[in-house]
Design a protein around this ligand. Structure first.
Ligand code: EPZ
Length: 420
């Protein structure tokens, strides 16, 4: 397994460009199952998860032509079967996103039930409850979701017990081809849900209210192809801003969207960062100062995103003062804490909160990544630590961060990949 070797203590400075959003690209790629026409998707990030989604669609017979800069043309017309196999689903939970569109367009779907992962059990019960309410016949047996519908799904009034991003996306896609109107209450408001809605509208879907907690979809008989460019990745953006803040550096992040990062930018300002924003860029300058500790609680958008909790824990580890970080979305998203303690961090988990007492610096050590965002936080810890840190199991990081060592090297980091 590849490792990353980092020599920390260098303030990061420079400019980088942000890639397309993984968590928008994945549902948009799944939505191509809603039409037999070709859908052209551009600004896709170079990530393992994108390749896995292309592999998943391909194994069912869907045709994809990858162009330059990872634009891809996807056509589901040649689809041969409707089975999303466990071998692929187990590597990427977001495979569940093919369920709604496949069921709505082809009347059937067999999707391996995603298992839990490092950050929690992550059930999909709300996806299935909603699709059943739309008339689907769904049985879960032998580790597979067997779904079918004679004719079209029916529009329904659906109240989501919990805010679920991919649950909202699955229902929105299924409802686009249903007979009648579907109202999703307590819908996820994430920008990636909005991006998917915009792509579906470009395919001819009739959707209103995306970005609010109530989304109304008037089902149509068929959807057509379109060309769509994926939004910038707000989590990648925030991760680099936090890394530069932790190392007391200065950065300009380009090809991004400041308006969807308000909760993160305000916490960075609280930590002492000087922030300037433009139409598609953000600059951050610590003026060489040590960050101040902050306290935060994660929650669904527009509150502070759970996908940036681990990164802020790393920032607090070397900040001035103490801060508490509370995780309310997932039940086990503190795996990085124990690894940071091995680097000398002064932090303690109590329930769903980690109390952090900032230290002047950390000590480099061999650490192990457990999930995508925890990996990013350990890299940040390595960038601020004295001497050398090696991060193992970085296949996690390659799922969600495009060319991470190259981008960090552009910012002056001493980081290199050690092949296994
Ligand atoms: C999406 O996951 C993202 N993934 C996650 O990003 C992100 O952390 C998460 O939303 C929260 O923002 C993609 O978009 C591909 P949820 P998702 O359904 O949709 C519970 C990353 O690092 N729940 O919003 O799977 C669930 O257990 C990844 O890029 C149910 O109980 O998350 C969790 O506690 C990690 N039943 C909460 O809801 C359900 O049927 C929110 O989960 C569905 C969810």
């Amino acid at each position: 397994m590849d490792k990353l070797e980092i020599h920390g203590g260098i303030p990061l400075t420079g400019e980088i460009r942000i890639a397309g959003a993984k968590n928008s690209a994945l549902p948009i790629m799944a939505s191509t199952l809603l039409t037999k026409d070709t859908v052209k998707v551009s600004n896709l990030p170079h990530l393992y998860d994108i390749t896995t989604m292309l592999e998943l669609l391909g194994c069912m017979g869907v045709e994809s032509i990858v162009g330059e800069k990872l634009g891809v043309e996807i056509c589901s017309e040649p689809i041969k079967h409707f089975n999303a196999p466990y071998e692929l689903v187990k590597t990427m939970r977001a495979s569940i996103l093919v369920l709604g569109p496949m069921l709505a367009h082809y009347g059937q779907a067999q999707v391996a039930l995603p298992g839990g992962c490092a950050i929690g059990s992550r059930p999909v019960n709300l996806h299935l409850t909603a699709l059943k309410k739309m008339g689907a016949d769904i049985v879960v047996e032998n580790g597979y979701i067997e779904a079918k519908i004679n004719g079209r799904l029916k529009g329904a009034h659906i109240f989501m017990d919990l805010v679920t991003v991919t649950g909202t996306e699955n229902v929105m896609m299924a409802a686009s081809l249903a007979d009648g109107v579907t109202i999703i209450e307590n819908a996820a408001r994430e920008p990636e849900v909005v991006d998917l809605a915009r792509c579906l509208r470009a395919m001819g879907a009739e959707i209103k209210g995306e970005g609010s907690d109530t989304i109304t979809i008037n089902g149509v008989k068929r959807l057509h192809g379109c060309e769509y460019s994926v939004m910038p990745d707000r989590i990648e953006t925030g991760t680099y801003l936090i890394a530069v803040a932790a190392t007391r550096g200065k950065i300009k992040v380009k090809d991004t969207r400041p308006s969807i990062l308000e909760a993160v930018l305000s916490k960075l300002e609280e930590a002492g960062a000087q922030i300037e924003i433009g139409e598609d860029w953000i600059s951050l300058d610590m003026k060489g100062k040590r960050p101040q500790a902050v306290s935060l609680t994660t929650a669904p958008y527009p509150a502070f995103p759970t996908d940036m909790q681990a990164q802020f824990t790393a920032l607090n580890a070397v900040a001035e003062g103490s801060g508490t970080i509370t995780e309310t979305v997932f039940e086990n998203r503190f795996m990085h804490v124990h690894e940071m303690i091995r680097m000398g961090a002064d932090m303690k988990v109590e329930g769903n909160t980690v109390m952090v007492n900032g230290k002047q610096s950390l000590k480099g050590a061999p650490v192990m990544a457990t999930d995508l965002r925890a990996s990013a936080s350990l890299i940040i810890a390595g960038l601020v630590a004295e001497s050398q840190t090696t991060v193992d199991r970085i296949y996690h990081i390659d799922r969600g961060y495009e060319c991470i060592e190259e981008k960090l090297q552009l910012l002056g980091a001493k980081i290199k990949r050690l092949p296994s």
